[in-house]
Design a protein around this ligand. Structure first.
Ligand code: ADP
Ligand code: ZN
Length: 728
């Protein structure tokens, strides 16, 4: 490092770190958090490697103003930021911003230690409201809880806790914060089956080896993958290392947290974007100081400042939700592997239906694999049958059109009569995907996007699923002026729920979609009701399909299994297979055997054939061969450029200019430009180009050279998507 100067990376989309001056005798280590001037503002940044910082005249350097009192960013995290930036072509500062996602965690001094509460007397006063009594009972049972935890335990609000303090029944004491509570690796070890035990032993050995490795944990749904990888988590804890577990959906965490707490004695730290700023701040600091030993969260948890990470688990590794599609565009599963390589520790990818990418890496011996081939205990895999909709179409009911074919209706009847639970799956939100004027045929579309407006009865709006635009249901057709009622075409989950409610009026039914639930707590409540048997039926989208373990659920009905196969997406067949396998895997997870009925117009389609026969291997082989023949990932590489702007002509010009300067050579092809399938999104016109190379040719140098040759006005945005998953 040059005397008297340091490089500082700011969490902003700048080309790289900037140089700042330091008073003599002050020495700052890389990773230190500092306050520096930028223009007229003062920003918080991180002392970075000085490579690439221009040699500004020392006299003109602006000074570092202050250093902040927080653990420095670990060196591995800095390398990770640089690596992700180089791979995704994002500005390093944009990646650093993800690692500093809670600015207050580094900027402000820690708050006064929070308070917890204890009961002043051991005896209950006589006259109390039920809520106040529940709070006191909770405080006596577990002294030293915080107001929010107490309130939650008592099913009331923190205001009740405060009122008890005011009336002298509770007293506030400082929370003993310096004692880190640690999950106990030996709290309640399960008795693993021999197959589970063998798989767990391999994963434990991978953690013990204390060097980089990736292992695929492949096991059918209900085989106990979680219990198996918990053993690896326990081993990392025994070795005093931190553990990160990535889950694809926040709704999955409720059940997961309970299982973790049962196994390790207390819950792990939680990380996702729906948390309050205060909670995120606390977790960020606890991770940075090594107090949070296990973090479970969404992909963004990868960028937390772990000083001692020793294991990453990516659960449901095949899930497309691990891909971040805006801001820094990255694939969380792949970056987890990169983080593992930089940190030189084990990575576990768990799935019942691994992605082709991961299978390819297993076949190439880059990744290891352990398998659990049967369901745990007496549970067996469900019997899966197709309902051929051409031969057995739904009958019209008293309520009009119907979407459930007679065999499914019959099976639901039987299941409910036996006192068991049913899940009906349709991966389409809302009531109806299309609304049409009966007089002129006008279709209601989003004014800002290339998309039809979807009717939502729950919220009473027509909604665009791409930009969120919502309008009240129209009284008149904007085209011909004719009045309603308008024709609603096709079903969404809400419409299926309506039919189910009409057919089975006494069944206790809930709808589970991201629209009908206000956040993770509401989802957790529904999950709880399914577990206790307070519900008979769930109707829902993919949100309901994953991970959950409902012992009384014995019938799964898939309304439209062909839905995901339309459209030419590279991974359409693979994803449909994975999703349907997941949904099917919810049935019969305990003593009572399950069955799955799949409504399809094409039972001979390879996806349906694989699902019905259970022969996943044949399906994957066929998919793999097709990808190989067309040079598609994982056998070739892809990177997309998305050009967008408010002015269609301008966008088209930039796209054409990019096409003219595209890279060429053996094993390199540029496809497009073409208008994107979502040609208009949030009022921006969009064109796409696709760079395709053979596997041996990395795309980043080509992309850098390419983008360097073309300039475009500020009004146009060019996004780079390396390893694209969405082609919209
Ligand atoms: P998967 O994730 O493979 O679909 P889970 O990990 O959800 O399967 O396991 C299914 C159910 O079986 C869970 O309720 C889990 O607690 C239970 N289970 C699995 N293995 C064991 C075991 N060895 N001992 C007790 N319960 C187990
Ligand atoms: Zn829209």
């Amino acid at each position: 490092m040059n005397e008297g100067r340091v490089a500082v990376l700011l969490p902003l989309p700048l080309a790289g770190p900037y140089a700042y001056g330091l008073p003599a005798a002050v020495n700052l280590m890389p990773g230190a958090f500092v306050r520096v001037p930028l223009g007229k503002r003062i920003e918080t940044g991180v002392v970075w490697s000085s490579a690439g910082v221009d040699k500004i005249d020392a006299a003109r350097l602006r000074p570092v103003l202050a250093t902040l009192d927080v653990s420095p960013l670990p060196e591995i995290v800095m390398r990770f930021v640089d690596w992700v930036a180089a791979y995704t072509l994002a500005p390093p500062g944009a990646v650093l911003k993800m690692a500093m996602s809670v600015p207050t965690a580094v900027e402000k001094p820690p708050p006064l230690s929070p308070l917890c509460y204890r009961c002043v007397q051991d005896r209950m006063p006589e006259r109390l409201t039920p809520a106040r009594r529940r709070v006191l009972v909770a405080a006596i049972q577990t002294p030293g809880q915080r107001a929010t935890d107490l309130a939650r335990a008592a099913g009331t609000s923190p205001a009740v806790v405060r009122s008890l303090v005011e009336s002298g029944l509770l007293e506030a004491i400082p929370l003993p914060s310096s004692v880190p509570v640690r999950p106990d690796p030996d709290h309640a070890r399960p008795l693993l089956s021999p197959v589970q035990g063998a798989a767990a032993a391999e994963l434990v050995a991978a953690v013990q080896a204390d060097r980089f490795s990736v292992t695929l944990l492949e096991g059918v749904t209900g085989s106990g993958k979680t219990e198996v990888y918990f053993e690896a988590v326990a081993e990392a804890l025994r070795r005093d290392r931190q553990v990160l577990v990535l889950l694809p959906e926040i709704v999955l965490t409720a059940q997961w947290l309970e299982r973790f707490a049962a196994r390790f004695g207390l819950p792990p730290a939680l990380w996702h974007s729906n948390m309050t700023q205060a909670a995120r701040r606390e977790v960020w600091r606890a991770v940075a100081h090594g107090e949070a030993q296990v973090v479970v969260g969404a992909r963004s948890a990868l960028f937390l400042p772990y000083p001692a990470l020793g294991l990453i688990v990516v659960d449901e590794e095949h899930e497309p939700a691990f891909k971040q599609e805006d801001g820094v565009i990255y694939q969380g599963r792949d970056m987890a592997v990169v983080r593992g390589r930089l940190g030189d520790h084990a990575v576990i990818l768990a799935s019942a239906t691994p992605s082709l990418e991961t299978q390819f890496n297993v076949a190439a011996k880059r990744y290891g694999r352990v398998r659990v081939t049967a369901r745990h205990g007496v549970a067996t895999l469900p019997a899966i049958a197709a309902i051929d909709m051409r031969r057995m179409p739904p009958e019209r009911g008293a309520w009009g059109r119907s979407w459930l074919a007679p065999p499914l209706v019959h099976a639901i009847q039987e299941t409910l009569a036996a006192g068991e639970q049913v899940m009906v799956f349709l991966n389409r939100r809302g009531y109806a995907p299309l609304t049409v004027c009966r007089l002129c045929g006008f279709r209601f579309r989003c004014p800002h996007c290339t998309a039809w407006l979807v009717e939502h009865r729950h919220s009473g709006l027509l909604r665009c699923h791409h930009c969120g635009h919502g309008v009240d249901p129209p009284r008149a057709c904007p085209h011909c002026g004719g009045g309603g009622p308008f024709a609603v075409c096709g079903p969404g989950v809400e419409r299926i729920a309506e039919e189910v409610a009409d057919r089975f009026p006494t069944a206790r039914l809930a709808v589970m979609t991201s629209d009908t639930l206000e956040g993770p707590t509401a989802a957790a409540a529904l999950v709880g009701q399914m577990e206790t048997g307070a519900l008979d039926m769930l109707v829902g989208t993919q949100m309901m399909a994953k991970g959950h373990h409902f012992p009384r659920l014995t019938l799964v009905g898939v309304v439209d299994a062909d839905l995901g196969l339309a459209g030419g997406d590279l991974r359409a067949a693979e994803r449909t297979f994975q999703l349907l396998s997941q949904v099917a895997g919810r049935a019969g997870r305990a003593e009572r055997p399950g069955r799955v009925l799949v409504q399809t117009y094409d039972p001979a389609h390879p996806v349906m054939a694989a699902l019905l026969s259970g022969d996943a291997e044949a399906f994957y082989e066929r998919e793999s061969m097709q990808r190989q023949e067309s040079g598609m990932p994982p056998f070739g590489r892809l990177a997309a450029l998305i050009v967008s702007g408010l002015d269609a002509a301008e966008v088209e010009n930039v796209a054409a200019d990019l096409a003219r300067h595209g890279p060429h050579g053996v094993g390199i092809a540029v496809l497009g430009p073409v208008p994107a399938p979502l040609a208009l999104l949030r009022d921006r016109h969009r064109h796409r180009l696709l760079l395709k190379t053979s596997r041996g040719i990395p795309v980043q140098p080509l992309l850098r050279a390419w983008l360097g040759k073309v300039t475009w006005p500020r009004s146009v945005r060019v996004q780079v998507d390396v390893d694209p998953y969405s082609f919209l």
